[in-house]
Write a protein that binds this ligand. Structure first.
Ligand SMILES: Cc1cc2nc3c(=O)[nH]c(=O)nc-3n(C[C@H](O)[C@H](O)[C@H](O)COP(=O)(O)O)c2cc1C
Length: 135
């Protein structure tokens, strides 16, 4: 037995959720949501190709409200209209035998003004973002 054997062993969380191994794919943004910020076919294809090995797939981050959008091509999870696409995404991940986790995101003061309603970003404090303040 090598030191990494446990990684390949199944695990059942207290909630009853069972994963076939302890490997998780880290969230990696794909910038490929469609023009309405919904899950695109490209995104479904990307996850289909990656869901047959790891126990758990963490998706690209999805903004939880429109004023938290952080980049072009980011998917949203901010209204019920996103559910159909996200369900398809979950289905693709489950078909591969993995569990799926959607990563929730709000850009706060680092959200991109040109991508948010009225160009108005929000934050918990009045601290100016470091770096490019002209975005
Ligand atoms: C293309 C790309 C997209 C990423 N997108 C996200 C993301 O959406 N959310 C997140 O928390 N981390 C994101 N990350 C960070 C990765 O999840 C990971 O933490 C980082 O790459 C460090 O792991 P590594 O040293 O194995 O590369 C991204 C990384 C890459 C390379």
């Amino acid at each position: 037995m090598n030191n990494h054997q446990a990684l390949f062993e199944a695990f059942t969380f207290k909630s009853g959720v069972h994963v076939r191994n302890r490997i998780m794919m880290a969230p990696m943004t794909t910038f490929s949501a469609d023009k309405q910020d919904l899950v695109s076919q490209e995104e479904l294809d990307y996850y289909r190709e990656r869901s047959n090995g790891a126990g758990t797939i963490i998706t690209a981050c999805a903004y939880v409200s429109k004023n938290g959008k952080g980049f072009e091509g980011q998917m949203g999870i901010d209204h019920d209209g996103t559910i159909a696409g996200l369900s398809k995404l979950a289905g693709v991940i489950h078909e591969g035998g993995a569990k799926g986790v959607v990563q929730l995101y709000h850009g706060g003061r680092l959200a991109v003004p040109k991508l948010v309603p009225g160009g108005e970003t929000v934050s918990a404090s009045a601290v100016t973002p470091l770096g490019d303040a002209t975005r």
